[in-house]
Design a protein around this ligand. Structure first.
Ligand code: SAM
Length: 274
């Protein structure tokens, strides 16, 4: 007898987005794993569901709770995993539990629903055909620099999560590395009373964000249109122009990287050849 692990998406702000299948899954679960029993309690109350049992599984406890959840699955039980909001496993606990359940040969399925990243992407007006999801950027250090460099040269639309406190600094850093004129969208408080989709260039959005941003935000950034098409000759020509205006080699490299979103290493190597 094998149980089933069901990943159930829940609303990202508007309780009306809880689907009938999500309600049914919560009502029929033997165990509901959730990040915060109080928050999930509010959702269950809204849905009129009395859950059989709630178990806390957050970022810190996910790993240590795996054996207990596997035991329940081995006993043939239906285990639901929800997060505080949206889809479990998307910048939320779930990935490790799912991997463990699959490794132990248990069935894993989903009740799909809201994901802030996808809602922001589709409403952004930016290309949706190909995109990458970055989750939350590292807060500081080399990893963050590398992530922003990668975004600068990424041709696909980029979606990332950010806290309202850090969004201004992140937009500033993105404007500097991707170019001030790169189009972007800040999707704020999706599905809630103060929902806002603010569209503009990275520089405009950074300036707006410096005034203070409230609520939850997703940042959607247009893919780099130039770098894939820019050949070495074009990058070299841009470097030559910057140098002819009196920039040092390093300043010229930085300027061309910011203009084009091309990789710094590539631009630097071309500058060495001048
Ligand atoms: N699992 C969730 C999902 O499926 O979207 C994401 C959880 S992650 C911990 C929380 C982040 O998602 C927030 O910091 C914000 O970037 C984004 N987010 C969640 N709800 C949102 C909303 N209603 N409007 C805008 N962004 C939201």
């Amino acid at each position: 007898m094998s149980g089933v692990l069901i990943l159930v998406a829940t609303p990202i702000g508007n309780l009306g987005d809880l689907s009938p299948r999500a309600t049914e899954a919560l009502a029929s679960a033997d165990l509901v794993c959730c990040e915060d029993t109080r928050r999930t309690g509010v959702l269950l109350k809204h849905a009129g569901v009395r859950a059989a049992e709630l178990k806390r599984v957050d970022d810190h406890t996910e790993f240590e709770t795996i054996p207990a959840v596997l035991d329940r699955l081995a006993a043939g039980e239906r285990v639901v995993l929800v997060s505080d909001a949206g889809t479990p496993g998307i910048s939320d606990p779930g990935e490790r539990l799912v991997a463990a359940a699959i490794a132990a040969d248990h069935e894993v399925t989903t009740v799909p629903g809201p994901v802030a990243a996808i809602s922001a992407l589709v409403a952004s007006g930016l290309p949706t055909g190909r995109f990458v999801f970055e989750g939350f950027l590292a807060r500081k250090g080399r990893l963050r620099d590398d992530q922003i460099d990668a975004i600068a040269s990424e041709r696909r639309t980029v979606v990332l999560y950010e806290s309202p406190k850090r969004v201004a600094a992140t937009l500033d850093a993105l404007a500097e590395r991707c170019g001030a004129d790169r189009r972007a969208v800040v999707a704020r408080e999706l599905t809630k009373l103060h929902e806002e989709l603010r569209r503009g260039t990275l520089a405009e959005l950074a300036q707006w964000a410096r005034e203070g941003v409230k609520g939850e935000v997703v940042v959607v950034i247009e893919g780099a249109s130039g770098p894939g098409e820019l050949d070495d000759a074009e990058i070299t020509a841009r470097l030559a122009v910057a140098l002819s205006h009196g920039a040092s080699r390093r300043e010229a490299v930085d300027a061309v990287v910011a203009e084009t979103g091309a990789r710094k290493r590539r631009v630097y190597d071309l500058a060495l050849g001048l």
